[in-house]
Write a protein that binds this ligand. Structure first.
Ligand code: ZN
Ligand code: ZN
Length: 355
């Protein structure tokens, strides 16, 4: 048996990706071959392609770690998945090591990230372990007016902030602040809102703020117009007006910029939680002792445990988190053009490549 498949391989940074044929079969025990419906283009992919961020798998490699599709073939022990619509976790923990068994899959040293550790989702098919796949109820999907390709963004853009919001302990009545309100940050606003928080969104882009003001942010603030002190004053006034606490703010840094990190850190109040969601190689200078003095905490977030994917997907299928206004699909064959367009910010929504 053979399965005709192709993938778009990165051969060197910035070199046009090239189409290459492969056969996903035979599969090892516990593996599935998924016929891809769509794979989102993430800024991490651009980092690998344009900025030389190190990949764990040697080149050539297909990038792409936001995959949704249908199980086309399954190895021993995974046959029940055949035919099912699924979302592939962006980071797949091994499930067997000591941290995995202790409930810390995020720090599994044997985890596999498509398009980094293994061949990724800019392809017609992908081979992954069946462990951790998130089933998609296609009747609910159709009812929500969504395609399987569109919910591929659940596999990173949504689940990364979902786990950050869940881990930070956002509850009804929390005051949540999201710095960097586009892409991942936009979903962070929506998820925190769905968890019952009143959400303040901060960005330097007026257009993004206007959009997120319609999708879950109760207050939007432009960091180009207000310095750190003025931002804090504005949020304090907002808190007073809405009967929200002046302590224990939950702050999410989603911009992945040094400026955004400084803004987020400057908003610490007693008992605050700072969730670091965005990534940058840049360094910032902060007074770390503010954490001590405020009895505050800063927490990192790497990926999202597969166990949380169904609940994150539920928010989308229930209409509590909107995906549709924030994605656009493009043919996979246009991958090189789409990467350029995302790189030059000509495409502002999440681009999903459809084979
Ligand atoms: Zn990503
Ligand atoms: Zn593990």
């Amino acid at each position: 048996m053979a399965l005709a498949a192709h993938r778009w391989l990165m051969t060197a940074p910035k070199a046009p990706m090239v189409q290459s044929r492969f056969d996903p079969l035979p599969l090892a025990a516990g593996e599935v071959a998924i016929e891809i419906a769509g794979c989102g283009v993430c800024h991490t992919d651009l980092g690998y392609f344009y900025d030389g961020v190190r990949l764990n798998h040697p080149l050539p490699l297909a990038l792409g770690h936001e995959v949704a599709g249908r199980v086309a073939a399954a190895g021993d022990g995974a046959k029940d998945w055949t035919g099912h619509a699924v979302i592939v976790p962006a980071v797949i923990p091994c499930g067997e090591c000591e941290p995995c068994r202790r409930g810390r899959p995020n720090i599994c040293r044997n985890q596999k990230m498509p398009g980094n550790d293994i061949q990724g989702g800019f392809a017609s098919h992908i081979v992954v372990p069946a462990r951790g796949l998130c089933p998609v109820d296609e009747a609910r999907l159709a009812k929500a007016g969504l395609s399987l390709a569109e919910v591929s963004v659940v596999a990173d853009a949504l689940t990364t902030p979902y786990q950050a919001v869940a881990r930070a302990g956002v509850t009804p009545g929390s005051l949540a602040i999201v710095v960097g309100a586009g892409g991942v940050g936009g979903y962070c606003v929506q998820v925190a809102n769905a968890f019952g928080a009143k959400v303040v969104a901060i960005d330097v882009d007026a257009e993004k703020l206007a959009t997120i003001g319609k999708h879950g942010a109760a207050l939007t603030l432009n960091a180009r117009e207000k310095d750190g002190k003025a931002l804090k004053t504005a949020i304090n006034e907002f808190a007073k007006q809405h009967g929200l606490p002046s302590t224990e703010w939950v702050i999410f840094e989603c911009s992945g910029t040094a400026a955004g990190q400084l803004t987020a850190y400057g908003l610490l109040v007693p008992g605050a939680t700072l969730g670091v969601v965005g990534f940058t190689m840049d360094k910032v200078e902060v007074r770390l002792s503010n954490l001590m003095a405020f009895d505050a905490r800063a927490i990192g977030n790497w990926g999202c445990p597969p166990e949380l994917y169904p609940a994150a997907l539920d928010l989308v299928l229930d209409g509590k988190v909107l995906v549709k206004p924030f994605v656009e699909t493009h043919p996979l064959a246009d991958i090189n053009r789409v990467f350029e367009a995302v790189h030059h910010r000509d495409i502002k929504r999440r681009a999903v490549l459809v084979p």
